[in-house]
Design a protein around this ligand. Structure first.
Ligand SMILES: *[C@@H]1O[C@H](CO)[C@@H](O)[C@H](O)[C@H]1NC(C)=O
Ligand SMILES: *[C@@H]1O[C@H](CO)[C@@H](O)[C@H](O)[C@H]1NC(C)=O
Ligand SMILES: *[C@@H]1O[C@H](CO)[C@@H](O)[C@H](O)[C@H]1NC(C)=O
Ligand SMILES: *[C@@H]1O[C@H](CO)[C@@H](O)[C@H](O)[C@H]1NC(C)=O
Ligand SMILES: *[C@@H]1O[C@H](CO)[C@@H](O)[C@H](O)[C@H]1NC(C)=O
Ligand SMILES: *[C@@H]1O[C@H](CO)[C@@H](O)[C@H](O)[C@H]1NC(C)=O
Ligand SMILES: *[C@@H]1O[C@H](CO)[C@@H](O)[C@H](O)[C@H]1NC(C)=O
Length: 922
């Protein structure tokens, strides 16, 4: 039901020149009156903004406007006029204008109950981002009662009517957004009233439920009667009651005591979470026999001086000198009291006008605003003590509606409607101090990191600097991650109250240090916000709770993920507490695991596919009633550029578990059953992950040993150790192959070198093998016979020689005395094999070991394959070096003997020396 017709012009004249260029000139009076003594305050007009709203539906008239303190938005309620001027037509048309000036049009299908609109008693009470309540008075069996309906203006639905109490009650939302709303009846003659606490509308169903109710009793004093009562909001989210009592002269006719207090004012507090209000405390009494004492409104003071109420005393003074002429005098006072009920300050507030028909408003950033509405509206600014600041402004006579944005100290005036046009003028009031408005909390000076800063995920603490000395209290400080989908609730990252010993106050008493968990800013490229509850800290001077920082004000963000070091899947073992262990045993295990994984995935947060379980569990040997569960965190898939690696997820989960009570884990059904006293431990279960590989290699090795023993028995003369040599070579090749196929993709920069040093040795070894075969076939008769006799074996051997030419050794080893292993190789071939295997060290074994080393350096967890690759590579090199040096030693010894011999009988031919030398090679 959006009305998207862009018939609307929305003009913001932001600069003063534009403003004066426009036709309005309502500011002239303020310009003249600003005096020189308050230079910083005189130029009220500079931030004025004016714009025109055009209503797309013909005939709709402005009924009222409501400012939403939650986010400084303005709700414009348009209505059709009825013929009866006391009534309007029952269609609901709301226009929500947000901070950016965007307007959302809501023309509800729903029609308001007749009681609400004829006569008009409907009022709009904003509740949450999407919900508001319309309250109205309805006659029930001749008794006037108050009801409310919840409207959801995002999907434009309404929810059932709720009963709020008698007609003149007070209905307000708590200062702390999620603490719900209260309705307090007007007390009856005995001073008794019922209060009812309701929840806020449920995000999905919009339902409001009554949470608590009770009675309040005005102070029951003999010979005093309750004149009036009012209610106000407490900083901690609770509600306050104020009673005005008057001495009843008719009850006692005896001589009047000169100390008799004619008027008394009491306050009582229904603190957040309490079931009944405190005993009323006396905050004001007077012996003056006033005409009347009225209290207009009470609000929270910006600087933790408790609450401030504006009290009006109407007194008749008789001027004896001037022929007993009597005259009424109206005095305005500010009455400040702490949440203990102790009086803090009482002083008169000046009235810069000569009129008693004024409105006094407490400003959020300190001071007071005096509004005098006559044919125009003049306003005056008073300081905290109620002194006139020589600062004033006015709206012209064409303005008929006024409202205030408390959060940014702005008055909005609306001109009398002409046709479908509404003209708005926003006047920003100067603040009495230069405190920051960024946090909408006047006692907060700065924070570190500042609003909208990009934070390092490893940040250890954040700091809030207050304008007054503070102590920690029971309110929470919480960090949320904003959901990508704005309709989903934000994700809690960490929360704890000020008195949890986690936060500390700096030595200057002005700063509060809040520790940050490793898991808090864990997600890259995300938005976070820090929310500080009221009463997170209290003032040192008065122990009075301070206001906090609302949601989505202190926004922070994290940088996009740039490079992620790969880590293989890891397995973590966690412990359930006793309750959890019991529940685990009682429920279907796979359901339990599944729910746990789902909750982990939401809380970490990480895609559910990254988490799995083998379903393994066991009793904890150290704590037999508790159960250990095993979970697996899978490695990131190929697009690991944007996914955190498994090691990071493990660390996040470990921190979450360690800090369970302060994280969202404790608010989930299943993860709350984790025993946070046992850390999440990583179990590297090689056997599980690489069962097959291990089995193959172990079986292979056993077979080899058996073969070796058999071969030795059969033919002790043969070079039986080639069995191991060959096995190592094959194993090394298999592991290298596995590495190339499975692992090297995790480190893109190693891909090319790995391929080069995998393929190059194969090619070179094959060339060597072909060379040997061709030359042997041509020159060695017995070789060609051997090939003919065992074609299959010889072709397999050529294939294997691609791994390492040294394998051909096996063919001439006389193993088992078998014919196939007795290939008669010439000295030339043996030489080629020797050099080939030495070359292999440099083109295969050493480079591969280096690559493995680099791989280790660029990943976080390594599993079996790279570990095996390094081990087998090392083994091969060692094997070759030992063998080579052993052979070289023999050769050298041999040669020395031969040379000695030669020296003895110098007639040996050069040919025989050559033959000796060649023999040494093996
Ligand atoms: C105060 O808030 C209103 C509504 O969000 C906005 O239009 C106005 O510009 C603000 N004024 C200043 C001075 O920021
Ligand atoms: C204002 O409203 C528009 C349209 O409803 C929305 O896109 C925008 O995000 C809102 N801006 C703020 C600051 O709430
Ligand atoms: C609006 O109201 C009419 C009649 O009251 C109803 O038929 C129609 O379905 C309603 N439309 C929506 C969108 O609720
Ligand atoms: C005193 O003030 C209260 C509250 O404004 C009002 O209801 C009452 O009628 C006044 N009493 C007199 C005597 O003016
Ligand atoms: C003050 O009291 C007198 C006498 O009751 C009354 O006439 C007058 O209207 C009152 N003034 C105000 C501003 O309430
Ligand atoms: C109030 O009255 C006094 C004397 O009658 C006059 O001097 C003063 O200018 C008036 N103030 C205002 C704001 O009208
Ligand atoms: C507003 O304008 C209408 C005519 O458009 C007029 O009848 C009415 O008196 C005006 N209201 C005020 C308060 O000026």
């Amino acid at each position: 039901m959006f009305n998207s017709k862009m018939l609307i012009t929305f003009v913001c004249l932001l600069s003063i020149c534009c403003f004066f260029a426009s036709s309005q000139n309502v500011l002239s009076s303020s310009q003249n009156t600003s005096s020189s003594q308050t230079t910083s305050l005189q130029d009220i007009s500079t931030q004025d903004i004016s714009f025109i709203y055009e209503e797309p539906i013909k005939g709709l008239k402005l009924y009222t406007t409501v400012t939403f303190t939650l986010d400084n938005s303005l709700m414009i309620w348009m209505a059709f006029e009825d013929k009866d001027p006391a009534c309007m037509l029952p269609y609901l048309h709301l226009r929500l204008m947000n901070k950016t000036g965007r307007i959302k049009y809501m023309d509800f299908n729903y029609t308001l109950p007749l009681e609400a609109i004829c006569p008009i008693t409907a009022k709009l009470l904003p509740l949450t981002k999407n919900h508001a309540m319309i309250t109205y008075v309805k006659l029930n069996n001749g008794v006037k009662e108050k009801y409310g309906i919840i409207i959801n203006y995002s999907n434009e639905s309404t929810i059932n009517e709720i009963y709020l109490g008698n007609a003149n009650g007070f209905v307000r939302r708590s200062i702390v957004p999620d603490k719900g709303l209260i309705s307090i009846e007007k007390p009856d003659k005995e001073g008794i009233a019922t209060w009812r606490l309701f929840s806020l509308p449920d995000i999905t169903t919009g339902k409001v439920v009554e949470r608590k109710n009770g009675e309040i009793h005005a102070p029951n004093l003999l010979s005093y009667t309750l004149v009036d009562s009012l209610n106000f909001l407490l900083t901690d989210g609770g509600f306050g009651f104020m009673y005005i009592l008057k001495y009843d002269e008719t009850k006692e006719s005896s001589v009047i005591d000169p100390n008799l207090q004619y008027w008394r004012v009491y306050v009582s507090f229904l603190r957040e979470g309490a079931d009944s209000p405190t005993i009323p405390s006396l905050v004001y009494q007077t012996t003056k026999k006033l005409n009347n004492l009225t209290i207009k409104s009470c609000s929270v003071t910006y600087n933790a001086e408790g609450y401030v109420c504006i009290m009006t005393l109407n007194n008749t003074i008789t001027n004896i000198k001037k022929s007993n002429k009597s005259q009424t005098e109206i005095n305005y006072y500010q009455l400040r009291f702490l949440s203990t009920g102790a009086l803090e300050r009482l002083n008169i507030i000046s009235n810069p006008t000569n009129n008693t028909d004024i409105d006094l408003i407490t400003l959020y950033y300190g001071g007071f605003l005096v509004e005098h509405i006559h044919d125009a509206m003049d306003f005056y600014l008073l300081d905290d003590s109620g002194n006139y600041m020589q600062s004033q402004g006015s709206f012209g006579p064409e303005f008929v509606y006024f409202n205030i944005y408390t959060l940014n100290n702005t008055i909005v005036g609306i001109k009398n409607q002409t046709n479908n046009k509404l003209e708005f003028l926003l006047k920003s009031l100067p603040r009495l101090n230069n405190q920051s408005t960024d946090y909408y909390c006047p006692v907060i000076e700065t924070t570190n990191p500042a609003i909208n800063e990009v934070v390092d995920p490893s940040i250890k603490e954040i700091i809030i600097k207050y304008t007054i000395p503070v102590k920690l209290s029971t309110g929470n400080v919480s960090i949320f991650q904003q959901s990508d989908d704005s309709s989903k609730p934000a994700l809690l990252r960490q929360t704890f109250s000020g008195d949890y010993k986690l936060c500390t106050v700096g030595s200057d008493n002005y700063t509060v240090h809040i520790p940050i968990f490793e898991s808090t800013f864990s997600q890259s490229n995300s938005s976070y916000y820090v929310s500080v509850d009221n009463n997170f800290v209290i003032s040192q001077e008065r122990d009075e709770p301070l206001m906090g920082i609302g949601n989505k004000i202190w926004m922070l963000s994290t940088e996009p993920l740039k490079m992620v070091r790969y880590s293989d899947s890891v397995t973590g073992l966690l412990r359930l507490n006793e309750e959890g262990s019991l529940k685990f045993l009682q429920t279907n295990h796979s359901v339990f695991f599944k729910n746990m994984i789902r909750e982990f995935s939401k809380t970490i947060p990480v895609a559910e596919q990254r988490l799995s379980t083998s379903g393994r569990w066991q009793y904890d040997p150290t704590s037999p009633k508790k159960i250990l569960l095993s979970f697996n965190i899978k490695e990131a898939k190929d697009d690991h550029a944007i996914e955190p690696n498994s090691q990071t997820i493990f660390e996040i989960l470990r921190t979450l578990i360690k800090q369970k009570r302060f994280t969202a884990l404790s608010s989930n059904e299943y993860t709350s059953l984790i025993d946070e006293s046992a850390p999440l431990i990583m179990t590297r279960n090689y056997f599980e992950e690489f069962r097959l590989l291990i089995i193959i290699f172990t079986v292979g090795l056993i077979v080899l040993i058996i073969l070796y023993i058999l071969a030795r028995q059969k033919n002790p003369e043969a070079k039986n150790s080639v069995i191991f040599e060959t096995y190592f070579i094959i194993q090394d090749f298999a592991v290298d192959l596995a590495f190339v196929l499975l692992k090297v993709k995790n480190t893109p920069h190693l891909k090319i070198p790995t391929m080069i040093f995998f393929i190059l040795p194969i090619v070179i070894n094959i060339l060597f093998a072909i060379n040997i075969f061709v030359s042997e076939m041509a020159n060695n008769k017995s070789f060609s016979n051997w090939v003919k006799g065992s074609t299959a074996i010889s072709s397999i051997c050529t294939l294997f020689s691609a791994f390492d030419i040294q394998i051909l050794n096996t063919l001439s080893s006389d193993l088992f005395g078998l014919k196939v292993f007795s290939i008669p190789l010439t000295q030339r071939s043996r030489k080629i094999m020797l050099w080939g295997s030495i070359i292999n060290i440099f083109i295969e074994d050493v480079p591969q070991i280096i690559i493995q080393g680099l791989y280790y350096n660029s990943v976080i967890t390594y599993d079996l394959i790279p570990s095996l690759a390094i081990a087998s590579g090392g083994l091969i090199i060692l094997n070759k070096l030992i063998l080579r040096s052993y052979h070289a030693l023999i050769r050298w010894n041999h040669q020395r003997d031969k040379i000695k011999e030669y020296n003895k009988n110098r007639h040996l031919s050069a040919a025989s020396i050559r033959s000796i030398r060649s023999n040494v090679g093996n």
